[in-house]
Design a protein around this ligand. Sequence first.
Ligand code: SGN
Ligand code: CA
Length: 536
Amino acid sequence: MKVLPLFSLVTLCLLSLYSCAEKEAKKPQKPNFLFIMSDDHAYQAISAYSDHLIQTPNIDRLAKEGMLFRNASVTNSICAPSRATILTGKHTHINGKIDNHNPFDTTQVTFPQIFQKAGYQTAMFGKLHFGNNPKGVDEFMILPGQGHYINPDFITQKGDTTITGYVTDIISDMSLEWLDKKRDPNKPFFLMYLHKAPHRPWWPRADKFKEYTQKTFPLPETLFDDYSNRGTAAKTAEMNLLYHMEYSHDSKIWPETIEDMGNVVPVVQNTQANIYNEFNRANEAQKQEYKPIIDAINEDFRQKWPSMTDKEKMTWKYQRYMQDYLGSISSVDDNVGRVLDYLDNNGLAENTIVVYTSDQGFYLGEHGWFDKRFIYDESFKTPLLIRWPNEIKPGTTEEEMVQNLDFAQTFLEAAQITAPEDMQGESLMPLLKGDSDKWNREAVYYHYYEYPSVHMVKRHYGIVTKEYKLAHFYYDVDEWELYDRKKDPKEMNNVYDDPAYAEIVKELKEKLAQLRVKYKDSKELDDKYIEQSKKY
Ligand code: SGN
Ligand code: CA
């Protein structure tokens, strides 16, 4: 047998290795997805947007290494409807999940089902709050309803379970364990990593609680808003820090302290809950960590409250609120860091699209409010950061108006899967790739329904353009509001009746009517949902 000279053997080996590697490189590789969504995370509390309240270095990495959307919004600023819109790629009035109470028709197609069929591995951990278990997900562990911060319960495919610890850490541990131990490395994945934090009643982990109760935060300019120059809806909403934020449930005052102090006013108690709802979930060791911090808050309250003016009370409540809200976010940020590090350390960062968003925005004392629901900016807009190495130019800021309605089609296009014809959004791919000429959206549509209900924000729909916002409040009022977004970015002046804006009103009303036709919404549907809501 003729022996090949050593060098030709080496050349042959190298050649075959090369062609193998070349084939590997040419094989179209599907991207993985890590979809991170928090509950009620205001963009004002992400330092990539503004660092006046908190530093979120880990979430910010996605902006530094990817794209930050400054005008991302939701179509209906409330939990379950936002999730339904994300999952179906359809507006609320089409998918039927108009509020947190009306049911979702589970025969509808949700995007994880499409990914699963296309060969993706799919998993979901955390808060879904949708009324149903997810479909199209290989493995899930979800919180029942709103879920709890301390020693939370989970619904899993193997039955219900309670896990000791702090919810944000636990959801992250589950996601990391799935990535590390359960995932098949030969298949692309779609992981939904969904935080409960920073939803009311804002319980940070004990160490963060200790740290954040030492901090004070700058007051928003509109904290003492009296809602003059606004409509009835703003005046009658029950989300004011002074009047509707609850001492025990929210500000962590023991009911015993309140009883001792006699009549602590003003507040309208609109939940049945108090501090013990969450505190009593803690085991003895955990209670020992929380109790001294809560006692110190109570001592401060006892001493200062009786002699405070209403403005001082408002400020005290604002600081307490921010301490708990931002303390909860700090854990979200740390844990996002853990998961991003995992991607880095396991060679997954390059081919994984990472999305960070919230189910809606939130008021952090702007207009004197907490909660969401309104078409006004703080609740209408939502954070959105997307990292996709080699596709998105690092450090890009996008000003175009995009919505949670667009997510499903974006993900499907990125995975080269055809989206169903009846989805109503638009893929963000041209924006992600820097092709903004191919993007020509001029306005977005909004419709909120959950009324009468907690926080009493009236039903309204509207149109938002870069310059203006026109909204119609209906059901037990018939009022219009117009805001000049450029001249009045804090939305303090409803100029609907100002003759100077008569032409704009006319134009926007026409455009709004066109949008309602385009998205197949109508007066008939408004009425149908009013009727239907009486049942739920
Ligand atoms: C609960 C909260 C409300 C909140 C809704 C909806 N009260 O009812 O403040 O607006 O959830 O939130 S609480 O006392 O139970 O915390 S959503 O994010 O699920 O839409
Ligand atoms: Ca929410």
